[in-house]
Design a binder for this molecule. Structure first.
Ligand SMILES: O=P(O)(O)OC[C@H]1O[C@H](O[C@H]2O[C@H](CO)[C@@H](O)[C@H](O)[C@H]2O)[C@H](O)[C@@H](O)[C@@H]1O
Length: 246
């Protein structure tokens, strides 16, 4: 993992910080509701928000209602479900794009194959669907096959592989576009975007921030469009802590 260096500190007035959630700010758990925050997470995020003049946002594949449950009472500007949901201001209204019609078809197809007692589990985010296999890695190929069958003939849906999941989401959304939307608004506009993420779905974000003069920070190993790397969630928190205290 020594190929990319540790990121530099952020400038208070130059940079806007965008944070992925699972695998970046929190470690993985068998169940999306079962994650635990690192000690001091809320205080650290609050300090960063203040330091960066409010230019801190969450960019996640999760629904924002799920993130808010963990970070309450904080409610950052954020994009959820890869950009299908956007909250432009802290504590403000969440704007949700309607799901494509084909999502209902994909849902029916998955539900016909994955019933109660199945080792695979469906997470229904209303505007996207996830098949989880973290507790049954031997079912990974089946999860992928069922995902492919669910989106067959549905041109407005895209199948994406993540950490022990396959996800079905609208074709038009990705984390790069989500960051671009937030960057059009205060307090983000005019700053350079810095995005931290760990997963394949974060690569769109890394590419966008680089194209706009900012930089990406990849968490963990693997090929990436990010310029810098941090080893794991603990390293992310150490770095955020150092930035907040600087
Ligand atoms: O974009 P992110 O914030 O990284 O969200 C990506 C997906 O995160 C969640 O799944 C992941 O975390 C779960 C809890 O640790 C874990 O069980 C699963 O294996 C991981 O892939 C979430 O459930 C998904 O909806 C998000 O798309």
């Amino acid at each position: 993992m020594g190929d990319l260096s540790k990121p530099p500190f952020l400038d208070k007035t130059l940079h806007a910080l965008f944070l992925d959630f699972d695998g970046t700010l929190v470690g993985f758990a068998d169940d999306p509701d079962g994650i635990t925050l690192e000690p001091g997470t809320l205080e650290r995020l609050s300090a960063l928000e203040e330091r960066q003049g409010g230019a801190v946002a969450l960019i996640s594949g999760r629904a924002l209602s799920s993130i808010d449950r963990f970070l309450s009472p904080l409610a950052f500007p954020a994009a959820g479900v890869h950009g299908q949901e956007v909250r432009y201001t802290a504590g403000g209204e969440v704007v949700t794009a309607p799901p494509p019609e084909d999502l209902a078809t994909a849902r029916e197809r998955l539900q016909a194959e994955i019933g109660p007692g199945d080792k695979l589990r469906i997470e229904d985010k209303e505007t996207a669907l996830v098949v989880h296999y973290r507790t049954a890695p031997e079912e990974a190929d089946r999860a992928e096959r069922l995902g492919e069958e669910a989106v067959a003939g549905c041109s407005d849906l895209r199948l994406v592989k993540g950490h022990a999941i396959v996800e079905i989401r609208p074709s038009g959304v990705d984390k790069g576009k989500a960051i671009a939307k937030l960057m059009q608004r205060d307090p983000f506009s005019g700053r350079k975007a810095v995005f931290i993420g760990d997963d394949t779905t974060d690569e769109d974000g890394f590419e966008w921030v680089a194209s706009a003069g900012g930089f990406g920070i990849k968490v963990g190993s693997g090929e990436t469009a990010a310029k810098y790397r941090l080893d794991d969630v603990a390293a992310v928190h150490r770095w955020l802590d150092a930035v907040a205290r600087q």
